[in-house]
Design a binder for this molecule. Structure first.
Ligand code: AHR
Length: 501
């Protein structure tokens, strides 16, 4: 048995959890929309064609904000195609994913769906093939009360009240050569600045997100952040980060070490934001929007076989296994450990496309990665405590020395509840982990939830949807202020404590 210690102090706080850290993402891509959240005529759909079984699972996750409509898709999107009477909406060639987009589902439908899901919309504008003018028009359509061309167009489309969308992404992954309208950092920084200026003149209450790097491995990383912010620092509120991981060489220890890469990425971007802040003698800090994160690799080969110009093909449909859930748990812990600067994060994506929820014509089910996301969203609200870890390390191929234990403690002062999230990455040994809780007098262990499976490659499918699911453990006890927890080899753990009443 490995031994480790978690050290917290109730006066040493990282910061409050912004609930938007549990955000997600729906792109007009594959079966995320068509057959995922929307399917006219399906017996599981409501009067608007929204899949009720999907909505139920989205609500279980408690998703506070959903980014839309892309992703790469947005960089060629004509938002005007997606509104108004459905019969008049044009079908278009969609170049990002080489499919036909019918526009049967568009931005008003998404606003309706989000309301039903209990989520806010985080809207992205097209800064690939379009610019500030079209972004400003879209904002007017969405947020302006009435009496102008675009706000009255919305009303004519049956939406009397504005959608009041607060968070706006200024394009998507503009550093990537795969992006329609790809730009250099200088070009993008200028257009982001001008777009944000117009948009904020129209609606000063909105917040804007500038595109950061599409991954830590981008050759322009660093230079990109610095130059972009140098152009648009005063006009934007957040800088984005995107990162996906894959176990391509079937090296689980190295794969699970990916959260160290994510942590390095976040720390690096914070330094870059603060360097520009210092240079500009600015008062405000730029916060981070980690608006695409997940595991993505299982579907790569299959996707190469898709013929171009299909409608809503099975695309990016990763079937997740148990080890993916462990990394997702570690990624959530990493985001929370940076809660002082990471205010928005979106698991990419939500349904069918690299997603925690899968659907078929006959039902919807939870992938393995659903569970850590659901646990974090349900129990990870409050204030993040600075969480020091004393644990053995292992040498990973890609990230150097990595702790076997990822963990973070969150204290909900109002509810007098303390939650510890932890991943034991050790593949062979359990870990006995202690934590001095004498400052939390009167607390008791409420429950210890565990997600584990003997087979790291175990999956949930429609036929066997409960192969990997959480269970309750008795392996935590609190004795005279000393908490002792046993985290099984390769396991995700949620230890919940509350004050005895
Ligand atoms: O989430 C899938 C794709 O990944 C998004 O469209 C793009 O932004 C990223 O490269």
């Amino acid at each position: 048995m490995k031994k480790a210690e978690i050290i917290i102090d109730k006066y040493f706080l990282t910061g409050d959890v912004d609930k938007r850290i549990y955000g997600s993402f729906i792109e007009q891509l594959g079966r995320a929309v068509y057959g995922g959240i929307y399917q006219e005529g399906n017996s599981n759909s409501d009067e608007q064609g929204f899949r009720k079984d999907t909505l139920k699972l989205v609500k279980e996750l408690g998703v506070p904000i959903v980014r839309y409509p892309g992703g790469n898709f947005v960089s060629g999107f004509h938002w005007e195609d997606s509104v108004g009477p459905k019969a008049q909406r044009p079908a278009r060639t969609e170049l990002a994913w080489k499919v036909i987009e019918t526009n049967e589902f568009g931005l008003n439908e998404f606003a309706d769906w989000s309301r039903k899901a209990g989520s806010d919309v985080m809207m992205a504008v097209n800064l690939g093939t379009r610019g500030p003018e079209e972004a400003k028009n879209l904002l007017e359509y969405c947020n302006f009360e009435g009496g102008t061309y675009y706000s009255d167009l919305r009303r004519a489309h049956g939406y009397e009240k504005p959608h009041q969308i607060k968070v706006w992404c200024l394009g998507n992954e503009m550093d990537g050569t795969w992006q329609m309208g790809h730009k250099t950092a200088g070009e993008y920084g200028r257009i982001a600045s001008e777009t944000a200026r117009l948009m904020k003149w129209l609606d000063p209450d909105i917040e804007t997100v500038a595109c950061g790097s599409s991954g830590l491995a981008m050759p322009t990383f660093g230079e990109w952040e610095y130059q972009v912010l140098d152009e648009c620092y005063h006009e934007v509120d957040y800088l984005s980060l995107h990162q996906y991981f894959g176990n391509r060489s079937d090296n689980t220890a190295d794969f699970l070490a990916g959260s160290k890469g994510m942590d390095d990425f976040i720390s690096g971007v914070i330094s870059l934001c603060d360097a520009v802040k210092a240079k500009k003698h600015a008062k405000k800090s730029i916060h981070l929007s980690f608006d695409e994160w997940n595991v993505w690799y299982h579907s790569n080969e299959q996707d190469k076989k898709i013929r171009p110009w299909e409608k809503a093909p099975h695309q990016l449909e990763d079937v997740y296994n148990f080890e993916d859930a462990l990394l997702v748990g570690s990624m959530l812990i990493t985001l929370l450990r940076h809660a002082d600067r990471v205010k928005i994060a979106c698991m990419a994506q939500l349904v069918n496309v690299i997603a925690p929820i899968m659907t078929s014509d006959t039902g919807a089910w939870r992938q393995t990665i659903f569970y850590p996301y659901m646990h974090a969203s349900a129990f990870g609200r409050g204030t993040v405590l600075q969480t020091q870890i004393k644990a053995p390390v292992y040498e990973s191929q890609s990230y150097g020395a990595v702790s076997i234990l990822d963990s973070v403690c969150i204290w909900d002062q109002q509810a007098e509840a303390l939650t510890i999230f932890a991943v034991n990455k050790d593949l062979t040994e359990d870990a006995e982990v202690t934590c001095d809780l004498r400052q939390f007098e009167g607390y008791r262990v409420k429950e210890h939830l565990v997600l584990t499976h003997d087979d790291l490659k175990a999956e949930n499918t429609e036929a066997a949807p409960d192969t990997v699911k959480p269970s309750c453990s008795q392996a935590s006890r609190l004795d005279h202020g000393k908490l002792t927890m046993v985290f099984g080899r390769h396991s995700w753990n949620v230890v919940r404590l509350e004050k005895e009443r």
